[in-house]
Write a new protein. Structure first.
Length: 508
């Protein structure tokens, strides 16, 4: 422990140097707004700002870019809650309960919950990063394709809890998402798959954000227009210091969920190529599955905001661990940071701690500081964010429409994705009218490519023997947990039906 305290203290001092602290605050602020803009997110934000860092020393550069990354994780919740449009893929799960809270006039509570949960999750992950970096890096290396596939199955198992009592509709929604995830080029043979009507735009697959923005942006807007005929009642949202203090008192309601999300997010984040999106989705699914009141999820439960926000913030820190210790990026954003480190003349790996301690511990120290400053900035800007909700729907609807177009165009910069987004918007609207859950489909298209890649790698290595997933202890454990998660809600349904039948028999 003594060997950690001294370098950590030096890292904190380095983060508080005037130049570094200024860059850190600017990075948090820029990241907050980059994350809130649909279609941008931390990947584009860090990529766009990377050339700016060539003007400063490497330590200052990594502090600035890490602060942008951190701020973007916080900022993704803003548009998810206020407009129902996920700012990034990491914030999709936040829409499920954040948007209903905003529509009920509790946007300030949702935004406060997102900020506090992100802070708690970020703090947990930074502490774990500081204490267990080398052993956790070795643990992550034990994850082969078998463990990755079993983890994805575990994530899919949590989706069953998202569908409430209608398990068949949930499974159908998951299968639709998995089919859409296979559109594009085969990952092994390179041959085209499901290229509908030979449209060339499908060769690059279906971008996740295009689907998410179409369903939750365009689809939600169409649903609102049909239900209200454009006459949307605007709920007055309080944003005073007294209301902020009142919102902070709700922390005890979601503290346990937040801690669970923080720990889960960190361990998912350290897995190479996993990242914050699967972590947030898994955290939301587990929070609902083990909640005492699962039916309230999707209708404005603060735990449904806290769980994914804690997990995605924690995973963003966790994804830096394999980048620093092994030179393996844990997410698309850390892949860009890894490229920056190489440009700055640094070689990521185990020797980085001994050869460039100022760089590593300056980064770790800045994460503590960035976590605090981003929380302060988020809470300070809540009155600004909630003012969006006071706009008339005749003004707000065109704004949402334009942001959806920008968000649909930004990832690949092709009009094909914009038209596809409109199609998904109509499909999302129809699925909602037919009472089909759209969340599992959106989540499945994220994890589908990861699951397919690890499945095919595993079966190639075992010559087609599926028992490989049960022969390895870690993957077998995940598989057993997945079966238990699927069986749990089914058991509850069976027990409720049995009790209902017994009650009816006694009444008769």
């Amino acid at each position: 422990m003594e060997t950690i305290i001294e370098p950590l203290f030096n890292g904190l001092l380095l983060a508080f140097e005037p130049v570094n602290l200024t860059l850190l605050v600017i990075g948090c602020l820029v990241g907050l707004f980059v994350g809130a803009m649909p279609g941008l997110g931390s990947v584009n934000g860090v990529a766009i700002l990377l050339p700016v860092t060539f003007l400063v020393p490497p330590t200052s550069a990594i502090i600035f870019l890490a602060a942008v990354y951190y701020g973007a994780m916080y900022g993704g919740a803003v548009s998810s809650i206020t407009l129902g449009i996920p700012g990034a893929s990491t914030a999709v799960a936040t829409v499920f309960d954040g948007r209903p809270l905003a529509q009920a006039g509790k946007a300030d509570l949702a935004l406060t919950t997102a900020a506090v949960a992100s802070f708690i999750g970020g703090t947990i992950s930074v502490v774990l990063f500081t204490l267990f970096a080398p052993p956790l890096a070795e643990f992550a290396l034990k994850f082969g394709p078998e463990e990755e596939f079993a983890l994805m199955i575990l994530a899919f198992a949590t989706f069953v809890g998202l569908g409430g009592d209608d398990v068949p509709k949930t499974i159908f929604s998951i299968l639709i998402g998995l089919v859409l995830a296979t559109v594009g080029l085969d990952i092994i043979s390179g041959k085209p798959r499901l290229i509908f009507f030979d449209v060339s735009g499908f060769f690059h697959g279906i971008n996740f954000l295009v689907l998410a923005i179409g369903i939750y942006g365009i689809g939600e807007m169409l649903w609102t227009l049909e239900q209200t005929q454009g006459d949307v009642q605007v709920h007055k949202v309080k944003s005073s210091f007294r209301s902020l203090w009142g919102n902070l008192k709700h922390v005890k309601e979601y503290f346990g969920t937040t801690v669970l999300g923080g720990v889960l997010g960190y361990f998912v984040g350290i897995l190479p190529a996993a990242g914050a999106t699967p972590a947030s989705l898994m955290s939301y699914g587990l929070a609902k599955t083990f909640s005492k009141n699962p039916d309230s999820f999707g209708k404005g439960n603060v735990s449904g905001v806290a769980a994914p926000e804690s997990a995605n913030n924690s995973a963003s820190t966790g994804s830096m661990l394999p980048m620093i210790t092994l030179g393996i990026p844990g997410s698309p954003t850390t892949a860009i940071l890894l490229g920056g480190m190489i440009i700055w003349g640094l070689r990521p790996g185990p020797l980085l701690f001994s050869e460039h301690p100022d760089f590593v511990w300056g980064l770790i120290g800045s994460l503590y500081v960035a976590n605090v400053f981003t929380l302060i900035l988020n809470l300070a800007f809540i009155p600004v964010f909630v003012r969006v909700l006071t706009l008339k729907f005749t003004i707000l609807a065109p704004m949402i429409f334009i942001l959806c177009i920008v968000g649909g165009f930004a990832p690949t910069q092709t009009m094909h994705d914009v038209w596809l987004m409109f199609v998904f918007g109509v499909v999302g609207y129809l699925l909602r009218k037919l009472d089909y859950p759209v969340a599992p489909a959106v989540l499945a298209i994220v994890l589908g490519p990861l699951a397919e890649r690890s499945l095919r790698q595993s079966l190639l290595g075992s010559h087609g023997d599926p028992m490989i997933f049960f022969e390895r202890p870690l993957s077998a454990f995940f598989m057993v947990c997945a079966v238990a998660l699927v069986a749990y809600p089914m058991f509850l349904m069976w027990r409720r039906k049995k009790n209902g039948a017994n009650g009816g028999a006694e009444a008769g």
